[in-house]
Design a protein around this ligand. Structure first.
Ligand code: HEC
Length: 110
């Protein structure tokens, strides 16, 4: 009985958190035609920003959950919402681009 409860709790916990893939050099290499000069450090920076920004109003969405065309529209829209809500620029254009690049890069893994 106790074991069932523990297992239920574990299932609920895993369901809540998005399992994000660990960025690797191969991700950077794959996207190098689209983002020349892009580095693993920049990709990781984008991931950190994504994790701290995109869970402020709802749970993190998985980069794999939508295609590139959708993300190109969604990310600026979300950052617009955030900056408007806070009444100041919380995430500037450079940071927005960093988040978008992270999402698009991970999204391109098949
Ligand atoms: C200021 C609050 C806020 C922040 C911060 C925020 N979102 Fe959202 N997000 C919303 C709201 C509200 C909705 C539902 C309404 C809508 O779709 O516009 C939503 C919906 C979404 C959807 C579903 C929309 C669709 O068309 O499929 C995605 C995907 C999403 N957010 C991704 C993100 C990402 C990525 C970030 C970080 C860049 C982010 N959100 C940051 C408020 C926020």
């Amino acid at each position: 009985m106790k074991i069932t409860i523990v297992m239920l709790l574990l299932t609920a916990l895993t369901a809540c958190s998005v399992q994000l893939a660990v960025p690797a050099q191969s991700d950077v290499d794959r996207i190098s035609t689209k983002y020349p000069g892009y580095t693993l450090a920049e990709l990781n920076g984008g991931k950190t920003l994504f994790q701290h920004t995109c869970n402020r109003c709802h749970k993190l969405k998985n980069p794999m959950s939508r295609n590139e065309k959708k993300w190109d529209k969604i990310v600026p829209k979300m950052i617009g919402k955030l900056n408007k809500k806070e009444g100041k620029v919380v995430i500037d254009e450079k940071q927005q681009d960093s988040i978008l690049r992270y999402i698009i890069t991970m999204n391109s893994a098949k």
